[in-house]
Design a binder for this molecule. Structure first.
Ligand SMILES: [Zn+2]
Length: 295
């Protein structure tokens, strides 16, 4: 026991955990599978066979493992050395030294996606023998409130395992969107506690969307910060509130491998730069501290 003090700059490596969510067809699988700095060191846990095409197109060098049940997921979890139910982490006899081989082969684990894992956990809960008695009489496929809480809690345990595993993670999730006058409301489609706390388990949470430009070309973009909190999002001081969908670029910026964009030579007018500097004045200290930590 005893507290462990260390210089932030001495951290051997920091791992980024990204959640991409959005409506079906917005390009989540594509964006996630192409998020690796080295495309050959990406492992895609594919929970939905339909994603095969997008993975093959966006990153043909990726290794794909198909996850067709909760049991498959638990097996992968073990191979990756993720924390399991009842794991004490460091010094746990059940998982000591597991995951080393897998994590030596990959830099990035893609989980595509939470929606399917949630579906697998729902199947498990439906058939669980310790389910509350009243819920047994519900029609097949229908869960009671407390059943959904169990599903939410199962997902929370996965988030926590993914947060703690020493590898970059990019996960996808179907999103729910609603246009409320001028306000867009969007959030990942998750149950119970998992929905409210998803941001605590991820370094970045991005809502992916598309828009058409004047020529009718479809442009993909990501919302990483929502000042009025109407869109569930979690950004980073090195990223803009709206970013192009280039997750590999986000990760390297967050890790400090690319200078912040304020210094980019393409910045148009000197005056613009000054405005930005003024606007960010109050953040200077935080930014410097972060840069120190990342370099
Ligand atoms: Zn363990």
């Amino acid at each position: 026991m005893g507290l462990k003090f260390s210089k932030a700059s001495d951290f051997a490596q920091v791992f980024v955990k990204v959640l991409l969510y959005g409506l079906s067809g917005v390009g989540k699988t594509w964006a996630a599978a192409s998020a690796g700095a080295d495309p050959a060191r990406v492992l895609v846990a594919l929970c939905e066979a339909q994603g095969r095409l997008q993975v093959a197109q966006s990153n043909p060098q990726a290794t794909v493992v198909e996850i067709n049940s909760w049991g498959d997921w638990l097996e992968l979890q073990k191979l990756m050395g993720m924390k399991h139910s009842g794991c004490s982490g460091e010094g746990c006899d059940d998982c000591r030294d597991t995951g080393l081989e897998m994590r030596a082969r990959f830099d990035l684990l893609v989980v595509d996606g939470y929606t399917d894992l949630q579906r697998y956990s729902k199947l498990l809960v439906e058939t669980a023998s310790d389910r509350p008695r009243n819920n047994q009489s519900l029609r097949e496929g229908v869960l009671g409130m407390d059943d959904w809480q169990v599903v939410g809690n199962m997902m929370l345990r996965q988030f926590s395992g993914l947060r703690d595993v020493p590898i970059h993670v990019v996960a996808t999730c179907i999103g729910e969107e609603q246009q409320d006058g001028d306000v867009l409301r969007a959030r990942p489609y998750l149950q119970g506690q998992a929905k409210a706390t998803v941001g605590q388990f991820h370094s970045l949470v991005a809502c992916l969307r598309t828009r058409a430009d004047d020529q009718g070309n479809v442009e993909r973009y990501a919302i990483l910060d929502s000042p009025n909190r109407s869109v569930i999002a979690k950004g980073n001081i090195r990223l803009n509130a709206i970013e192009p969908v280039n997750v590999a670029d986000w990760i390297s910026k967050v890790l400090g491998q690319i200078p912040p964009q304020v210094d980019a030579p393409s910045a148009p007018e000197p005056q613009d730069n000054q405005d930005q500097d003024n606007g960010q004045g109050s953040n200077d200290e935080g930014q410097q501290a972060q840069e120190g930590a990342a370099s």
